[in-house]
Design a binder for this molecule. Structure first.
Ligand SMILES: Nc1ncnc2c1ncn2[C@@H]1O[C@H](COP(=O)(O)OP(=O)(O)OP(=O)(O)O)[C@@H](O)[C@H]1O
Length: 897
């Protein structure tokens, strides 16, 4: 079955018809009706059971066995299920396929229910709805990727995107123009996007929502009404009004309101620990739309894998938090040169301090994922192991802060960004107390769950030690009792324990015989007879049993209290703890960038307010690594553009044979923009970059049949987006635009696009094409230059030099490339002769450039004057008598014959 990539608005919200159904079925149907679009996991004892359609869908989606259980309204009830301890794995698979899962738990012990009457059923409630954007469990999350829930709202012609990363408590809010929703949303890579049902079906937003990559959920439009939304958000944060967080646009409040409402339902009222919404105008970031992200393979390849992307090739982080911080930097590069330079200062500072960097990275390696541990504990889903993670993070934070105070040159303090991190690493007294408490009270390697106890260190709580001692001593007494019972009775007893009988003495039926004959004076009291075994107790043993179980319960309750106390402390300190986690993540990301820069010989770019783009000996980080792995050298290339057209061209037409490296050259320069504005060093000898506001990359589009658009249509839609959005501060990379249609149509479109980018948008542009005719634009337009990727023929073989040099390519060498690719010799030789023929015909027709199509930009030639024109021009109406005028009219009439 197909994954539900979007969840349309709920159509029926009606209460279920419960006439004539059993109480159990009524309970199920009511729970299901409250979450109709989620798969309901219904807890029954040690199992989760799924019924009806849910069972059928899930059995098909993840291969569970479908069975039947009873009847409902005369029909068999389809059912499937799984043991509760195995559920997480199944939930993970369903979420990955785009489903939502509602967990309905038993809220009381079956014994409690029995007290209400023999027919009473166990109370059950939905405790959580698991959705792609609201995961917090390590087993369901990818450690190195942030998992985000986004919401989109539009009000009064303005749009906003609100984003929450529940597993780390971060909240972002960006107001933007409606046309920029696509790039704003894609920058966050949300797993799930909330919209109102009105926007869900708005064709104008379809591209932005589809391009986000997340599952789209439609919520009722009323939820996004600003007043209701504001109240909900304030409730989520436990504040009276949002004023304390700053001033928000209406669309922002609506978007935040959608998130607040969704968290209320999916977390079943549990309040997550969230930082106040971080507002950032989209003007602060380099806008990269979804098509550009895909084409440049910034954090995912076109196949959707991290491996092979720009991010994977530069990622040298040692913690999962650091990996997420780096991903964010690359996904949302900045636009303000001052801020960008702050980031570069930090990388440079750590690049120059190799031993400090090594110690820092060594220290960080052992750190657990503090951010996610805090968030899980705040939501009541964490366990003692999360507390240990926080303890290790805090201990490491202290150690790392210490490293910087003994930095090799105390005179030059760290740059602002690093100093900011160090400030955040300074623990407040409350946080320091928590760390101490956990160091003293929590064992070294605690269990995952608090349920079974055993994680509080001996000596931490005397009353806990006393209960444990009683429990353990009594267990020793039980062992002694076994020996005594055997000695006194001569029966080979074994003392055993189970949940129903507690402790008992067990022996075989044969050995039990004399005990039955002993009569009422016997100290051994019969409890149970099985096929081969008989079980007894004694007064002493049952007293001991009660004592042990009481002490055990007390110990467990005390550990539970201790855990709850720690959990609440973590919840109350969530903000400062997240600040420590953020600082560790940023230090890791910065050190990793310095490490990578050293490894690959990357240099610091000069980023300023100009419109210059000047790269000397630039390299493509991913292709270089691939080429080098294959044992070949990578050829660095220069590239110079200037938006103002001063000193060099604004637009370069890049030609060259197939396989010569045009796409690599184009993408490499676009990626250098991403890296530089992400505050990273760049693989180049030098780079000067006047900040870019929008980056566009279009590489001969692939089919998007799923969206019902042909290759060419896709390409034109994307090209239209560039032509309407690119500014004189943008950077555009166009590769083989117009190739998906008939030659002349394609050439005409490519030509017109190049002209528009040059004259109207005035964006810095690299324009790769196989239409060599475009090379003539260099002569026609003021700020165009030709570049070509060099290749030469050597003994009849084609050799690619991968070198970008001034000038246009003379030919395409397509036939030679076909030969290299192994096209059969007969076909190659036939292609060569067809090519010769076509080329000679074209030469005879004259240059394509001479076609009227390409003359439109020229001033039109003065029109030829007709005889009528000349006769009319010769007339002087004022000098004519009426009769002469009539004669002139007859003459003119005669000329039209
Ligand atoms: N600068 C370079 N140095 C070394 N090898 C390179 C370089 N640029 C490209 N290559 C190699 O050449 C291959 C082809 O490059 P690319 O896809 O960029 O060519 P192209 O000109 O765009 O080809 P086509 O026109 O057929 O799409 C790359 O996969 C890479 O292996």
């Amino acid at each position: 079955m197909n994954a539900p990539l979007s969840h349309p608005p709920k159509t029926e919200d009606a209460a279920p018809d419960l006439t004539g159904v059993t109480p159990f079925m009524a309970q199920y149907l009511t729970a299901k009706a409250s979450q109709p679009d989620a798969i309901l996991f219904f807890r029954m004892g040690d199992f989760y059971e799924l019924f009806f359609k849910d069972a059928e869908v899930v059995a098909a989606a993840i291969g569970l066995t479908l069975t039947k259980r009873g009847k409902h309204l005369g029909e068999d009830i389809a059912m499937c299920g799984m043991p509760h301890h195995a559920a997480e794995g199944y939930i993970a698979r369903l979420i990955r396929q785009g489903f939502k899962v509602a967990i309905c738990e038993q809220m009381e012990d079956p014994a409690e229910a029995k007290k209400r009457g023999s027919k009473a059923i166990v109370r059950r409630d939905i405790v959580r709805v698991v959705t792609p954007g609201t995961l917090t469990e390590d087993s369901l999350l990818d450690a190195r990727n942030a998992n985000r829930l986004a919401a989109v709202a539009v009000r009064r012609g303005r749009a906003a995107v609100a984003v929450v990363e529940l597993s780390a408590g971060a909240v972002d809010c960006v107001a933007c123009e409606i046309g920029d929703l696509g790039s704003t949303l894609a920058a966050f890579r949300p797993s799930e996007v909330l919209v109102t049902d009105k926007l869900f079906s708005d064709p104008e937003l379809k591209g932005a929502l589809d391009g986000s990559g997340g599952v789209v959920q439609a919520l009722a439009s009323a939820i996004a009404e600003p007043a209701a939304a504001g109240t909900r958000v304030a409730r989520l944060y436990g504040v009276a009004s949002l004023d304390g967080f700053g001033t928000f646009e209406e669309a922002e409040v609506s978007a935040l309101g959608l998130i607040a409402a969704y968290l209320e339902t999916t977390q079943a009222g549990k309040v997550p620990a969230l930082s106040p919404p971080r507002r950032s105008g989209d003007a602060g970031f380099l806008a990269i739309d979804p098509a550009t992200r895909l084409s440049l393979e910034i954090d995912r390849t076109q196949r959707g894998e991290r491996e092979g992307s720009l991010l994977a090739s530069i990622d040298r982080t040692v913690t999962s938090g650091g990996a997420r911080a780096l991903a964010e930097r690359i996904a949302r590069p900045l636009r303000n040169p001052v801020e960008i330079n702050h980031g570069l200062d930090a990388v440079e500072w750590l690049l120059e301090r190799r031993s400090l960097r090594r110690d820092l990275r060594d220290g960080l390696k052992a750190s657990a994922d503090v951010a996610r541990a805090v968030s899980r504990l705040a939501l009541g889903r964490g366990g003692p192991r999360d507390l240990a993670g926080i303890r290790s993070g805090l201990t490491i934070a202290e150690g790392i802060a210490g490293l910087f105070t003994v930095s090799p040159d105390p005179l030059t303090g760290p740059p602002a960004r690093i100093a900011g991190c160090l400030d955040r690493l300074t623990l407040s007294p409350e946080v320091a107390r928590l760390m101490l408490d956990l160091a003293e009270g929590l064992i070294e390697e605690p269990p995952h769950l608090a349920r079974d106890g055993g994680f509080v260190k001996p000596g931490f709580r005397p009353e806990l030690d006393a209960s444990r001692a009683l429990r353990d001593d009594s267990r020793r007494v039980v062992a002694d009792l076994e020996a005594r019972a055997v000695a006194e009775s001569g029966v080979p007893f074994k003392i055993k324990h189970n949940a129903v009988l507690g402790y008992f003495l067990e022996t075989t039926a044969k050995h039990a015989e004399p005990l039955f004959r002993a009569g009422p004076e016997s100290p051994f009291i019969h409890r149970q007879t099985l096929a081969a075994q008989v079980r007894f107790t004694t007064v002493e043993l049952s007293e001991l049993d009660a004592k042990i179980s009481q002490a055990g319960h007390r110990a467990l309750a005390m550990e539970g209290e201790t855990f709850e106390h720690w959990r609440q402390t973590v919840q109350a300190l969530a903000m400062p703890l997240q600040a420590v986690a953020d600082a560790l993540a940023e230090l890791d990301a910065t050190a990793a960038l310095a490490e990578w820069a050293e490894e690959v010989g990357a240099e610091r770019p000069v980023v300023d307010d100009s419109k210059v783009f000047a790269v000397e000996a630039g390299r493509h980080p991913v292709v270089e690594a691939a080429v080098k792995r294959a044992g070949d050298p990578f050829t660095p290339n220069d590239c110079k553009l200037d938006g103002d057209g001063v000193g060099c061209a604004r637009l370069s037409i890049v030609t060259g044979p197939n396989m010569a490296g045009k796409s690599t050259f184009l993408r490499q320069n676009a990626l250098l923009v991403v890296l530089a504005q992400g505050g990273c060093f760049v693989p180049a000898k030098s780079m000067r970059l006047g900040v870019v506001d929008r980056l566009f990359s279009r590489v001969g589009a692939g089919d998007d049949l799923a969206r019902g658009r042909s290759t060419f249509m896709m390409e034109m839609v994307e090209t239209a987006a560039i032509l309407t959005q690119a500014t004189d501060r943008s950077f555009v990379v166009l590769d083989e635009i117009g190739r998906g249609t008939a030659t002349y149509d394609g050439l005409a479109i490519a030509w017109a696009c190049a002209e528009a980018l040059h004259d109207v948008n005035r964006a810095r542009t690299l324009f790769a094409t196989h239409y060599h005719e475009l090379a003539t634009l260099e002569e026609r337009l003021d700020h165009v230059c030709n570049l070509s990727m060099k290749a030469k023929e050597w003994n009849g073989e084609l050799v690619f030099l991968h070198e970008a040099a001034p000038g246009a390519a003379d030919r395409s060498y397509g036939v030679q490339v076909a030969k290299l690719a192994g096209v059969p010799p007969a076909v190659v030789s036939r292609a060569r002769s067809v090519l010769d023929r076509l080329e000679s015909e074209k030469a005879a027709q004259g240059r394509l450039d001479d076609l009227p199509l390409f003359a439109v930009a020229e001033p039109p030639p003065p029109p030829m004057k007709s005889a009528i024109d000349e006769a009319v021009a010769a007339l002087d109406p004022d000098a004519l008598t009426p009769r002469e005028a009539l004669e002139a009219l007859y003459r003119l009439k005669g000329l039209t014959k």
